[in-house]
Design a protein around this ligand. Structure first.
Ligand SMILES: [Zn+2]
Ligand SMILES: [Zn+2]
Ligand SMILES: [Zn+2]
Ligand SMILES: [Zn+2]
Length: 167
């Protein structure tokens, strides 16, 4: 069975530096907190708490894409003093591994095809004899680490029956 997934696999989960974001409502009778982003006082009704600091909702942003992190699933990622959303963190720092077909690196954010232990670029996942592409759920065969469609696999078996391949 062909499985489709993003490259963000389990192996890198442990190395991720993710931090939770809390949204707190500001009590009117407390002293306003300073925002770690713009250094001004937070006079809004809500503030965000992350990395042990307080932030305006508008000031806790991804350094890359400027998205407001309080809205994007309440997690932020840091690396080298950058505050990033998950998407950019994975794009910049996550790596899935190497494509089993072309052996080039696959960034963690890219969609990949998985077959057993192997990961493949979407473009690389095709029968290596006839170049037929597979869809999710299609049958494919792995032989000597080659991806084969059913036709080529069965043809190979037939040929081998007559002339076994010597490796
Ligand atoms: Zn601010
Ligand atoms: Zn971002
Ligand atoms: Zn590839
Ligand atoms: Zn084929």
């Amino acid at each position: 069975m062909v499985l489709l997934g993003t490259g963000a696999g389990q192996p890198m989960q442990k190395r991720e530096k993710s931090f939770g974001i809390q949204m707190l409502s500001v009590q009117p009778d407390t002293k306003p907190k300073g925002c770690a982003g713009c250094n001004r006082k937070i006079k809004d009704r809500y503030l965000l708490k992350a990395l042990d600091k307080y932030w305006h909702e508008d000031c806790l942003k991804c350094a890359c894409c400027d998205c407001r992190l309080g809205e994007v699933g309440s997690t932020l990622y840091t690396k080298a003093n950058l505050i990033l959303c998950r998407r950019d963190y994975l794009r910049l720092f996550g790596v899935t591994g190497n494509c089993a077909a072309c052996s080039k690196l696959i960034p963690a954010f890219e969609m990949v095809m998985r077959a057993k232990e192997n990961v493949y670029h979407l473009d690389c996942f095709a029968c290596q004899l006839c170049n037929q592409r597979f869809c999710v759920g299609d049958k494919f065969f792995l032989k000597n680490n080659m991806i084969l469609c059913q036709t080529d696999y069965e043809e190979g078996l037939m040929k081998e029956g007559y002339a076994p391949q010597v490796r």
